[in-house]
Design a protein around this ligand. Sequence first.
Ligand code: COI
Length: 356
Amino acid sequence: MLDIRIEKTTNPKPIPAPGEPLGFGKIFTDHMFIMNYTEGKGWHDARIVPYQKLELAPAAMVFHYGQEMFEGLKAYHGANGGTFLFRPDMNAKRANDTNRRLCIPEIPIEDFVDAVKAVVKVDEAWIPTDPGTSLYVRPFIIATDEFLGVAPSKTYLFMVILSPSGAYYESGLDPVGIWIEDEYVRAVRGGIGFTKTGGNYVASLAAQVKAHDEGYSQVLWLDGVERRYIEEVGAMNIFFKINGTVVTPMLTGSILPGVTRNSVIELCKDWGIPVEERRISVEELYEAQQNGQLEEVFGTGTAAVISPVGTLRWKDEVMTIQDGGIGELSQKIYDTITGIQLGTLDDPKGWRVEVK
Ligand code: COI
């Protein structure tokens, strides 16, 4: 059990009232978790302190070479009381997969989960209760050595901040329009595409701006070598229902192994729906749509939950799915995952973890 010192704020901020629009990731709670790493000493000084600005040297390595990682999960008010997280051990394990790739020291799984639980408990009153809202939890690590050489840092900070949030997309569960990008690429095999680190997200910005200018809300990436095979949407993994089969790109090292992705695959298999994790080319997708076999498209992510896709733009072609509406399977998956998260449905797999 992580030994955490707690210093409560003497100046609490007003908690947003029910009904107040929250947006996503704009409001921060009263406290944050913080822990230091020093080479030779390991992770130490775990504490929860008032949410505050950091003091870092301008030469801190994170600012120059991007040695940092982050995670994203959510805390919910249970329908029958209590506070819950959804599969936080999956985030802790993925955090260490990222850490190993980026030469950041690993954090024991139990310590990661303890840190999240402890800070969520302190700011439990900030968990919003309106439908579709939750407390978004953002754990992250930054390299803090004051040094301009390219090397792994010897000191780090691990922090967890909390943000009461609504839907990631302003449109909520309304289908989004997605731009299939065939000029820029996000990641290549052997690179860092599978990690959760700022570098993957900054690499997406130019294409995202282009997509926004064209009226689309997100970018669907193609593989970095042939620019044919579908990868992911940056803030989401992607799923297609083609002729009764659920197809999603396989994990090859260049896409994020999403917790929601994993949960959706398990649920579909439990329901007897065939699921294929494989390579799928944009040409195959286009053909399926032309033949009327592309039944549903949806993105999955912690922030986005399930996001139906209404249109896909590839070069000059616009593919419309479900006449731009929500598919039956997308809706069922959304209802099931949010039902398990909120405790209105049974949780036979033990995905819901109570914060006590
Ligand atoms: C999440 O879904 O939690 C993410 O980290 C995606 C992020 C870009 C908002």
